[in-house]
Design a protein around this ligand. Structure first.
Ligand code: PMP
Length: 395
């Protein structure tokens, strides 16, 4: 049972359990603690906001909410963005689904194989993994086509532009949107290519369908740029998605989500079409603002961006034969272990924690995922790599 963080003036990378054992934390709240734990400046900003104003409901505007919306507009590639605030990644996906259906008046969303967009019912309809979906979302007739909310969801292989184009052509003006994770996370860390993203942008524009980027896991600076979209495609507004949504790292550890939409689209949502009591509350917004400030002040985007190249260097010096592939961008890293069975994956995470004091998750069945706080560097990456080498040698 985890109890507390080891205090550090730049945010803790280590946690203690209730027996006083220490762990290097490469899970970081599944990417929700980009500053590490209990960063003193983040704590101070939250504390100051706690004493000022915490909860107003979203019926009112507040200073932190306005400031955060402006900060996101400056940093994310959505032209003339309007921002809807919520509390989690799944809620941000729900907002994007509702907005796409309402703004286009169409009924179909194209999602991708291996996609993860959350576990609420609308988001679950887009999530691919049948073990998450099957007990809750009916699949009438065709297994690839199902409707839980008012949308039909069709699924094509991730990275296959031809399949996406064929689906868009076949479905014509039924398609409200194409939604994808810019870097698929739960699937095993698969970044989209620039060609795929630009191709989808062109296909969607040609057919009046919206393009939505779920950056719940890969946004908020994790890839070394504020958005993974910018890291992969750049900042050309003509190539930007219509919708982009965030959560996890955005609040630096407190729950907050945000869905950014091109200005004209957001007009489709009339007052009352969507809302949430806690969404964009002053505390979560102040926490998110402090997170952005600290990331920029301490040049943490560059540090996040350096993690993947550093791990590649370590891997080149000390190769592990059981590692089949390294994938990722910046501080979103997947280490694919060859032919590892599900039960071995959980044995591996347990051995890493119990024998080597290293916390990681396994995603996509056989990929060890590192979502370190952004300031983690060579020493921490090497510690994980050496622990992995020892575990895989022993097994
Ligand atoms: N979208 C993506 C891409 C995610 O990785 C996740 C969480 N793993 C979600 C949505 C759902 O976020 P939450 O758990 O905050 O609802």
């Amino acid at each position: 049972m985890l109890e507390r963080a080891r205090p550090h003036e730049r945010g803790a990378l280590h946690l203690f359990d209730d027996d006083g054992r220490e762990f290097l934390d490469a899970v970081a709240g599944i990417g929700s603690a980009p500053l590490g734990h209990a960063h003193p400046d983040w704590v101070a900003a939250c504390h100051a906001q706690l004493q000022r104003l915490v909860s107003t409901s979203n019926a009112y505007r507040t200073g932190p909410q306005q400031a955060l919306a402006a900060a996101l507009r400056e940093r994310y590639p959505i032209p003339d963005a309007r921002v809807f605030f919520c509390n989690t990644g799944a809620e941000a996906s729900e907002a994007a689904i509702k907005l796409a259906l309402r703004a286009t008046g169409r009924d179909t969303i194209i999602a991708f194989e291996r996609a993860f967009h959350g576990r609420t019912l609308g988001a679950l309809s887009l999530t691919a993994n049948p073990s998450y979906r099957a007990p809750f979302v009916r699949c009438p007739g065709d297994e690839l086509e199902h409707a839980f909310c008012s949308a039909r969801v069709l699924r094509v292989p991730f990275g296959d532009l031809g399949a996406a184009r064929a689906c868009l052509e076949r479905e014509g003006d039924r398609v409200a949107a194409v939604f994808l994770e810019t870097v698929q996370g739960e699937a095993g860390v698969f970044p989209a290519t620039r060609e795929f993203l630009i191709g989808l942008r062109r296909e969607c524009s040609a057919r009046g369908a919206l393009l939505g980027a779920d950056e719940v896991q890969c946004g908020a600076g994790r890839t070394g740029a504020w958005s993974a979209w910018s890291a992969i495609v750049g900042d050309d507004p003509a190539l930007a998605p219509d919708l982009l949504w965030l959560a996890k790292g955005l609040g630096g550890g407190l729950p907050i989500g945000a869905c950014l939409a091109r200005g004209a689209l957001a007009e489709a949502m009339a007052p009352g079409s969507h809302g949430t009591t806690f969404g964009g509350n002053p505390l979560a917004c102040a926490a998110a603002l402090a997170t952005i400030e600290i990331i920029e002040r301490d040049a943490l985007l560059a540090q996040a961006g350096a993690q993947m190249p550093t791990l590649r260097e370590i891997a080149a010096i000390k190769p592990i034969s059981a590692v089949h592939e390294l994938r990722g961008l910046g501080a979103m890293i997947g280490i694919q272990i060859g032919a590892i069975a599900e039960q071995r994956a959980s044995a591996l995470t347990r051995a890493l924690a119990e024998e080597h004091g290293v916390l990681v998750t396994v995603c996509g069945g056989h990929t060890v995922r590192l979502l370190f706080p952004y300031r983690a560097g060579r020493a921490e990456l090497e510690q994980v790599w050496d622990a992995l080498a020892a575990c895989l040698r022993d097994s």
